[in-house]
Design a protein around this ligand. Structure first.
Ligand SMILES: [Zn+2]
Length: 280
């Protein structure tokens, strides 16, 4: 009897281990190890040779999108090494970009951001040609949520704004990226109602993430015709949010201080602003 119980316990343990193992990258074969090592070392000729063989189906089972034990693929390694030539080679040879654009923005690797944006535009154009009615799915949304490095609702513009990188923000806005529009706390639209019944905490963290982006001085300077007035309005909204979402009060007040610092900085440039400042 006890033996049977023991076996059952063993089965249960094996099952739960399998669940866990599912999210771990599979071990690399020798060819893939050579490939990732060559990428890491910046060995362009060897990487090119291995990828050409893989593309012709002659490679020894080389998956060009393989990842190492830390979940880093070839593009991640090339971005980490800030090797633009390698990034370009990998993209041209057909390695999936996935969240590489977010990674490049996170690292503030401007040239790579530009290259990956151009590539994304091509992919988007192809999707439109293939099926105009379908919603566009961007590369960075095609990541397994279990191993995603960034929150699933993260966008290039929000990340660039959070890094407050003027150059990257300008690139994104010039290419038509739109500003985040956080919904009101009491918003009753279908999206908010669905999100609130599913995971209210996520809804709240998405809102904070979007306000963090909107509070970026570079984004305000680039996107507003009247940056000072935008900062005033934002400061007001953040105060309201700190009251209506007490669990995130600390975060909203910190952002408000950041925005007010900008206002104060501008105020020194123009005495007329003093009057406006007294209103908030
Ligand atoms: Zn809403």
């Amino acid at each position: 009897m006890s033996d049977v119980k023991f076996e059952k316990d063993m089965e249960a343990t094996t099952e739960s281990t399998d669940d866990y193992v599912l999210h771990l990258p599979r071990p690399l074969n020798l060819e893939e190890k050579k490939y990732l090592l060559a990428v890491e070392r910046g060995d362009l000729p060897n990487v090119k040779r291995l990828l050409q063989l893989a593309n012709k189906g002659k490679g020894k089972q080389l998956d060009m999108n393989c990842v190492d034990s830390l979940g880093r693929g070839a593009l991640t390694l090339a971005l980490e090494a800030e090797n633009l030539e390698m990034v370009e080679l990998l993209v041209v040879m057909g390695v999936e970009t996935k969240d590489a654009l977010l990674h490049a923005i996170d690292q503030e690797f401007v040239e790579a951001v530009e290259l990956l944006l151009e590539h994304e535009e091509l992919l988007t154009a192809n999707q439109v040609i293939e099926n105009a009615e379908k919603e566009i799915i961007h590369s960075w949304q095609k990541v397994d949520p279990a191993s995603a490095r960034y929150p699933m609702d993260m966008t290039p513009l929000v990340l660039a704004a959070q890094r407050n990188n003027y150059e990257i923000l300008k690139l994104l806005l010039d290419r038509g990226a739109t500003l985040p529009m956080p919904h009101d706390v009491r918003c009753g639209c279908d999206d908010c109602l669905q999100a609130a019944t599913g995971d209210p905490l996520r809804l709240s963290s998405t809102r904070i993430s979007e306000y963090k982006a909107l509070a970026s001085p570079s984004l305000i300077a680039l996107s507003s015709t009247d940056p000072l007035m935008t900062a005033f309005r934002l400061s007001w909204e953040l105060r309201e949010l700190a009251i209506s979402e007490p669990e995130s009060r600390g975060e909203y007040m910190k952002l408000r201080r950041q925005v007010e610092k900008q206002v104060f900085h501008c105020r020194e440039c123009s005495p007329d602003i003093l009057f406006l400042y007294t209103l908030i």
